[in-house]
Design a protein around this ligand. Structure first.
Ligand SMILES: [Zn+2]
Length: 81
């Protein structure tokens, strides 16, 4: 699958996943599906073997150019001697 990258606020982003609700879904829950999708599309359901029409979609971008240089240590609450 070809990934589409874009730069936003210095972050290299790709739209990898979408949280959707289905109009005729087998569940009222939100479903997380791979790829970027819009309301009105019919996509394979992650929860059953059927396909459903998306009623609302929220694309979740993934940032690819983040590096963690240093992890802040947990504050130690050792009692002072
Ligand atoms: Zn389903």
């Amino acid at each position: 699958m070809a990934e589409k990258f874009r730069i936003e606020n210095g972050l290299l982003l790709s739209d990898d996943q979408t949280i959707v609700r289905f109009t005729d879904g087998c569940t009222d829950e939100h479903s997380l599906i791979p790829g970027a999708h819009e309301a009105g599309e019919v996509v394979p359901c992650p929860d059953c073997d059927d396909e459903h029409r998306i009623t609302s979609a929220l694309v979740i971008p993934t940032a690819h150019n983040i590096t963690i240089d240093r992890v802040e240590p947990e504050p130690e609450d050792e009692p002072e001697a």
